[in-house]
Unconditional design. Structure first.
Length: 426
């Protein structure tokens, strides 16, 4: 009877909007209690995970990402992109794609990209005669494009949980991310040409290009420092995080002076560490649930059940994509990584799926799920940010989601797009 009351209580808490980590924690503690396992197992596992050296990369990259988000980097990034690729047909729309991808890669949060860059690009695109429905669909759907690019925080967390080399995941995500950007760009140029026919192509002058390059001179080297340093053997992913945090701190506080040392910096530190704290709380909650699943051999039972109607990797990947899109729409990416990854890894391994390829499939799905109706998180963030109804954003984002789903199919069924680059740089 007590157990039933607890279950009913958890359901009611969920319906009243209680944070997901509280619900996950409650479920985990209940299951451990029913299995007569000491709940301290949750804390022991959390300690094991957080004591790994690579875990230090999470607060360091988060701090660097928040410094960039709170500075004038979004404006400089947009200006630089416009100067370099704004001459293309529908160039401003492509600028939005590229800027969003780069910004999300460093902040690790697609919602932050919609709020920061979306608020910057939305009035500019409307002023240049882009239809509002097209503009909002583009800004909403492109918020997740950088989740596969280094130094994306979800990649680091996935590598920690799945015990997959993070440098390999960083490399494997580059081509799939570029593929999604290119496919969306082609769609914008070719299939929206009639809708955007009133737009004038404006070429930047050499002076404007030089000015944009000069303004961003200190930020342009950042991705090359990270990627070149890791794959050039100069430092590890954790050391890259430290280098990034120090570099961004120096340029934003002392060179650009976008962030005040006395007033702005404490705010950035507080916000970024609140984010890290929430990740640790989610880790603790989700680890408990994942541990129970492992102890109860839930993945093995699921695998045995699946083998009765799935005997092909192709069919398994199809069902996996459908499942992960649903997960991405209803769970935040950190909780999803912690709860779902331990379940699917042994199942995917039984079908011969490469663990690095699986990681890219997993993160690509969750990123797209953020903008998938009816409950994708980015749809609600965009609805609040742009003051539009959620149903309007459903319709606006749908064409872009279709393109992203086609890209997802290519990423899923052509492993070389992810792991083909590894022998070249590892």
């Amino acid at each position: 009877m007590t157990t039933l009351l607890i279950i009913v209580g958890l359901i009611l808490l969920t319906l009243f909007g209680t944070p997901l980590f509280v619900i996950i924690s409650g479920i985990a503690l209940l299951l451990f209690h029913l299995a007569e396992i000491d709940s301290s197992a949750i804390i022991i596992e959390l300690y094991r995970l957080t004591s790994q050296p690579i875990f230090l990369a999470i607060p360091l990259f988060t701090f660097a990402g928040y410094l960039l988000a709170e500075s004038n980097t979004p404006r400089r990034l947009v200006n630089l992109s416009r100067a370099l690729i704004g001459w293309l047909p529908a160039g401003l729309a492509i600028v939005a794609l590229v800027s969003s991808a780069l910004f999300t890669a460093f902040t690790g949060a697609s919602g932050v990209t919609i709020i920061a860059l979306g608020g910057l690009l939305h009035p500019i695109m409307l002023r240049e005669k882009y239809p509002e429905k097209f503009t909002l669909g583009l800004l909403t759907a492109s918020g997740n494009l950088g989740l596969l690019l280094p130094p994306s925080l979800p990649i680091i967390l996935y590598g920690l949980v799945a015990q997959t080399p993070i440098d390999q995941l960083f490399a494997a995500g580059i081509v799939p991310s570029i593929l999604m950007i290119v496919m969306l760009s082609i769609y914008i140029i070719l299939f929206r040409r009639k809708q955007l026919k009133e737009l004038k192509i404006r070429k930047s002058t050499p002076r404007e290009r030089w000015q944009a390059l000069k303004e961003s001179a200190w930020e342009i080297p950042l991705p090359f420092i990270i990627i070149g340093g890791i794959y050039g053997g100069l430092f590890t992913a954790t050391e890259a995080a430290a280098v990034t945090a120090i570099y961004v701190f120096i340029i934003e506080v002392f060179i650009y002076r976008d962030i005040s040392l006395r007033r702005g910096l404490p705010v950035v530190v507080r916000k970024s560490m609140e984010m890290v704290g929430s990740i640790i709380v989610i880790l603790a909650a989700a680890l408990g649930l994942a541990n129970y699943f492992t102890d109860a051999q839930i993945p093995m039972r699921i695998l045995e059940a699946m083998k009765t109607f799935i005997d092909s990797p192709i069919v398994f990947l199809l069902f996996l994509n459908l499942f992960l899109l649903l997960v991405g729409a209803v769970m935040d990416i950190f909780s999803a990584i912690m709860v779902i990854v331990p379940i699917i890894i042994p199942i995917a391994a039984s079908f011969g799926i490469d663990p690095v390829h699986l990681g890219i499939i997993f993160l690509a799905n969750l990123g797209i799920g953020y903008s998938t109706p009816p409950v994708g998180m980015n749809l609600f963030i965009a609805s609040l940010r742009f003051e539009k109804s959620i149903t309007f954003l459903y319709r606006a984002a749908l064409p872009f989601l279709i393109i992203l789903l086609i890209a997802l199919a290519l990423i899923t069924y052509i492993p070389a797009l992810s792991i083909g680059i590894l022998p070249l740089i590892m």
